[in-house]
Design a protein around this ligand. Structure first.
Ligand code: XIL
Length: 374
């Protein structure tokens, strides 16, 4: 933070507090602190947030040790996603050793507080334990053991699953993205699932999840599909194939790790509408809005806060405008406090992508969301 002369700093704070109940931005300009009472009370669809949770000696920012974070989640959200601890690296770290305790604690806390759980994620090339990545036996059996055991364990306590996460590359090969394959073919992030089972791992995973928990809604989840480009075309083609074969898929999860200026609200709306046209649900699973994607904006100003509010607002509007009530799977933000966001680690730049600042005060962005919830 830039150091301000003391007199100037106290003026900025007192103007902020007296004029509009504000906190001062890094540049000293007051940023409004809205007083939205409850997002979930305004929404007819699930209003979710990803939450960090402790796991053995990892993730020291876990919600179980932070009553103030618990209060915000209970006040505003009726769904949570575990940010990490239901991924394969944490839930089956060694073959046959399923470590459910921490995820169970989180799910029990949610259920006790009338919060539903969207579970994430059964089959993904990332955050896999090394034994799984390097598995030498029968992959279909290994996948079945993982998917069936995990989905069965949480049966009745979670409302939905991301069954397969991020199966496609970010390329454009004649209008379609290719499946993640070897690291060499996939920018260093290939999929052992595809390498060992071909694209059939996708329908197989959905069948296994459905057999284990027929009550849970099942999603395919991916990023960069909200710009109506080649990757969305591939996801839609895959959806056609799954539906033609009566594979139990309920919807498409749009992660939506977007920028303040990309993609356009129009492209986002069109992308949602194309999934709706297949009769599938649309779930926004991991929304956050990067305000500093290129690393050239080093303070969060009141102007940026307003820009972010408008951006959240147009995205929520695109959702309600394009997705009919019966196909709305919900809207989840990928974290609550800016202090916990994964974005700065991912981009390597400061950022302020979420609805609450690092002191868990509301940012103008939350008003943008509240304005469009129905
Ligand atoms: C991220 C978590 O937020 C980070 O804490 C972790 O280090 C990496 O994974 N797509 C997904 C999420 O489906 O699981 C990722 O979560 C973000 C991108």
């Amino acid at each position: 933070m830039r150091v301000l002369p003391l007199a100037l700093l106290s003026t900025a704070i007192s103007i902020g507090l007296s004029a509009c109940g504000g906190s001062s931005s890094d540049s000293g300009e007051p940023i409004e602190v809205p007083q939205v009472e409850s997002l979930k009370a305004l929404s007819t669809t699930y209003m979710g947030a990803a939450v960090p949770a402790g796991y053995e000696d990892q993730f020291s920012n876990g919600i179980e040790t932070r009553p103030e974070l618990q209060d915000v989640v209970i006040q505003h959200f009726d769904q949570i996603t575990a940010e990490n601890i239901m991924k394969s690296a944490y839930i089956q770290p060694r073959q046959g050793d399923f470590t459910f305790q921490d995820a169970d604690n989180l799910v029990d806390w949610a259920v006790d507080n009338n919060i539903t759980v969207h579970a994430h994620a059964l089959v993904w090339h990332s955050q896999m334990p090394s034994w799984m990545e390097n598995y030498q036996g029968d992959w279909l059996t290994m996948m079945d053991t993982h998917v069936s055991t995990v989905a069965d364990h949480f049966k009745g306590r979670v409302v939905s699953w991301d069954v397969v996460n991020e199966a496609f590359n970010d390329n454009d090969d004649n209008g379609y993205a290719t499946y993640r394959d070897t690291d060499a073919n996939s920018g260093g992030h290939g999929s052992p699932w595809y390498q060992n089972l071909g694209k059939d791992y996708i329908p197989e995973a959905f069948k296994m999840a459905h057999a284990a928990d027929s009550g849970a809604e099942l999603y395919y989840n991916d990023y960069n599909i909200e710009d109506d480009g080649a990757k969305l075309a591939s996801v839609l083609r895959m959806a056609d194939e799954l539906l033609a074969d009566d594979i139990p898929i309920d919807g498409i999860g749009f992660q939506m790790h977007v920028n303040y200026d990309w993609p356009s609200a129009q492209a986002i709306g069109t992308s949602f509408a194309k999934v709706v046209a297949k009769g599938l649900k649309v779930k926004v699973t991991e929304l956050d809005i990067k305000m500093n994607p290129n690393g050239d904006r080093n303070t969060f100003t009141a102007t940026m806060a307003e820009e972010q509010k408008i951006r959240y607002q147009e995205i929520i509007k695109a959702y309600y405008d394009n997705v009919p009530a019966n196909l709305r799977g919900g809207i989840t933000v990928w974290g609550v406090s800016d202090a916990d966001s994964w974005i700065p680690h991912f981009t390597g730049h400061n950022d302020w992508p979420l609805l609450f600042n690092s002191s868990l005060e509301q940012k103008p962005a939350i008003e943008g969301v509240a304005n469009e919830l129905k």
